[in-house]
Design a protein around this ligand. Structure first.
Ligand SMILES: Nc1ncnc2c1ncn2[C@@H]1O[C@H](COP(=O)(O)OP(=O)(O)OC[C@H]2O[C@@H]([n+]3cccc(C(=O)O)c3)[C@H](O)[C@@H]2O)[C@@H](O)[C@H]1O
Ligand SMILES: Nc1ncnc2c1ncn2[C@@H]1O[C@H](COP(=O)(O)OP(=O)(O)OP(=O)(O)O)[C@@H](O)[C@H]1O
Ligand SMILES: NC(=O)CC[C@H](N)C(=O)O
Length: 554
């Protein structure tokens, strides 16, 4: 006494068991060199979170078990250091329904060259983006271990969202709660998370140390911001968000109480936090999947401008390429603004006119379409020609195509299958249009990654949104104003509010009926859309599983 607990807030890669083990080894070496006595890693650090159906593969679980043995053996080199590692663990003789393997979501206490304890998570989340009951069986025992004479009660993430496991750890003698976590980001989650942990602290009277993951994994992002709370509920430590960090927490005995102490990083405003989440989501999807860079269609409109700014902050200008593909309906200001923005950010910019291909398709279809007026068919042709060109560039150069649709468009189907929906990663699929504008303004006033302030020409933000697929087209010709649309989407889709309640809240019945009808009708499109970053409590992704064939109307 006193001594130091080190939290390894690290970015692991799902399935890269040897790489993750190396990362944990390096963190343990550093923790030992810094004089720490306890190193905490995030939930399932060894295999990455979430490994989904990989947990059902015996070879995968075996690889994790072998790596864990290696880590345990390595702790012999660091006397006095205890390392807690999250990993899947096969249940003895366990075979689930249909012959599937069963594991615990576990954490082991490693020291002096051996695995001293293994704890199995007791509460398995199975809502929102979680599917843990598909893979894991719950444990039913506490794990309390001693470090420098202080008894640590070990919990894993969801365990600490309920009073039971913390209470029984205390009854088993714990003096400090330590929890390993993988708690996906959404707007406002950091504050909620700390509040829930504060409840555990106040119920038990014990301080709590929260070790958290950082990084993007397909559609989810983990924000880090590991923290510690003292027994009175006050914040004793907080790591910054969205970056790897070692958080060293001093543990002291003050009279009878244990007091934790470390630097406290502040919470950020919602725009800064959301921006970082989108940047990390893009950087990790592109980086962890080995793409040399990204490309996108730059239209001179708001959505592609925002996606470009995010991509440059995530990857650097040299890894981002833009293509302007004017049609006969493209306004001059669209060209001017697209060129201007590419110049401001220093990204490669090319122009490919689509009029010749558009004419060729119309000519080919002329005999079939004779006597019929032009409609969305011709609009969609243009979007699909652009999609075709972008995918050809992707095939030739290996870059990933970023799609630019926002949540308001995805909700209402205001997007073209195999057209502007063609691509590999949908950066702002969970950001409604009103937030798109707010983020653009925020980014123009801030330069969080040092790629330059004011990247988005003002006119891109102020001109009325248009798909430019027919003369003088404006989004608001066919959709309610975005303030209304977004509020209805949020109430109906994110909060499950019944249609009648939304009308009672003061929205026009016609708007509510139209938007909710469009949400239902367009499920088929969303099933074919690329994955993208989840930033709200409910995104169109793993946490929205609606039937396509569906006659329920309320
Ligand atoms: N239940 C179902 N299951 C499976 N497939 C289904 C289906 N219902 C229709 N379909 C298929 O989908 C087709 C209709 O979908 P699709 O071809 O995409 O076309 P559609 O939804 O008819 O039109 C695209 C809409 O998006 C707007 N747009 C396009 C591009 C960009 C933007 C923008 O501003 O960002 C807006 C455009 O103005 C238009 O209103 C049908 O012809 C049919 O083949
Ligand atoms: N002239 C164009 N050149 C290049 N890409 C385009 C062009 N027009 C549309 N796109 C691509 O298709 C996407 C959908 O664009 P569209 O203009 O139809 O609607 P939007 O949702 O308002 O997008 P934006 O705000 O970026 O214009 C754009 O974000 C862009 O990636
Ligand atoms: N991995 C988990 O158990 C996470 C569940 C938890 N309620 C969270 O999102 O923070």
């Amino acid at each position: 006494m006193p001594f130091v607990i080190s939290i390894a807030q690290l970015n692991f890669v799902v399935g890269d068991v040897p790489g993750n083990a190396q990362k944990i080894l390096a963190a343990a070496r550093d923790a030992h060199a810094a004089g720490a006595r306890l190193l905490l890693t995030p939930e399932l650090a060894l295999c990455g979170y979430a490994a989904e159906d990989l947990y059902l593969r015996p070879a995968f679980v075996q690889a994790c078990e072998q790596a864990l043995e290696g880590l345990a053996a390595a702790t012999a080199d660091w006397p006095g250091l205890t390392v807690v590692v999250g990993h899947p663990r096969r249940v003895a003789h366990g075979v689930g329904e249909g012959g599937r393997g069963l594991c615990h979501n576990a954490a082991s206490v490693l020291r002096a060259g051996r695995i001293e304890h293994t704890y199995a998570k007791q509460y398995l989340p199975n809502y929102e983006v979680f599917d843990e009951r598909r893979y894991f069986v719950p444990g039913d025992e506490n794990c309390v271990f001693e470090v420098e004479g202080v008894r640590m009660g070990l919990l894993i993430c969801e365990d600490a969202w309920y009073p039971g496991p913390a209470r029984s750890a205390r009854e088993a003698g714990a003096q400090v709660l330590v929890t390993l976590n993988a708690s996906p980001y959404h707007l406002g989650k950091a504050v909620e998370r700390e509040q829930v942990m504060r409840e555990r602290v106040l119920e038990t009277g014990l301080p709590l140390v929260y070790a958290h993951l950082v990084g993007g994994q397909d559609e989810v992002v983990f924000e880090g911001r590991s923290f510690a709370l003292n027994a009175d509920g006050s914040v004793a430590a907080r790591a910054p968000g969205f970056e790897e960090k070692t958080l060293l927490i001093k543990v002291q005995q003050a009279q009878a109480a244990i007091v934790l102490e470390a630097p406290v990083a502040p919470h950020e405003g919602w725009e800064a936090e959301l921006w970082s989440a989108l940047v990390l989501g893009v950087r990790d999807y592109v980086g962890k999947n080995g793409f040399p860079g990204v490309l996108l269609g730059l239209s001179g409109g708001m959505d592609s401008a925002l996606v470009l700014a995010i991509a440059v902050d995530a990857l650097g200008a040299d890894k981002v390429r833009t293509v302007m593909m004017p049609s006969p309906y493209t306004a001059d200001i669209s060209w001017i603004d697209a060129r201007d923005m590419a110049g401001r950010l220093g990204v490669r910019y090319d122009e490919i006119a689509i009029a010749p291909q558009f004419e060729a398709f119309k000519t080919a279809l002329a005999p079939q379409f004779a006597g019929l007026p032009e409609d969305t068919t011709e609009e969609n042709l243009q979007a699909r020609i652009r999609g075709m060109l972008l995918m050809a560039l992707s095939n030739k150069f290996g870059s990933l195509v970023l799609t630019t649709g926002n949540k308001s468009e995805l909700a209402t189907g205001y997007c073209t299958l195999y057209g502007d929906m063609a691509g590999g990663f949908a950066v702002i699929k969970d950001v409604v249009k009103t937030r798109v504008f707010a983020l653009a303004r925020w980014r123009n006033a801030n330069d969080p990654y040092g790629t330059g302030a004011n990247p988005i020409p003002e006119r891109i933000i102020t001109r009325p949104p248009s798909a430019e697929l027919r003369p003088d087209q404006k989004d608001q010709d066919s959709l309610p104003p975005y303030e209304i649309l977004d509020a209805i989407v949020e109430r109906y889709m994110e909060n499950d509010e019944p249609l009648e309640d939304i009308v009672r809240a003061g929205f026009e019945r016609a708007d509510v009926e139209r938007v909710t009808r469009l949400i239902k009708l367009n499920e088929y499109k969303r099933r074919q859309a690329p994955v993208g970053v989840r930033v709200t409590r409910r995104s169109f992704g793993k946490d929205w599983r609606y039937p396509i064939t569906n006659r329920f109307r309320a």
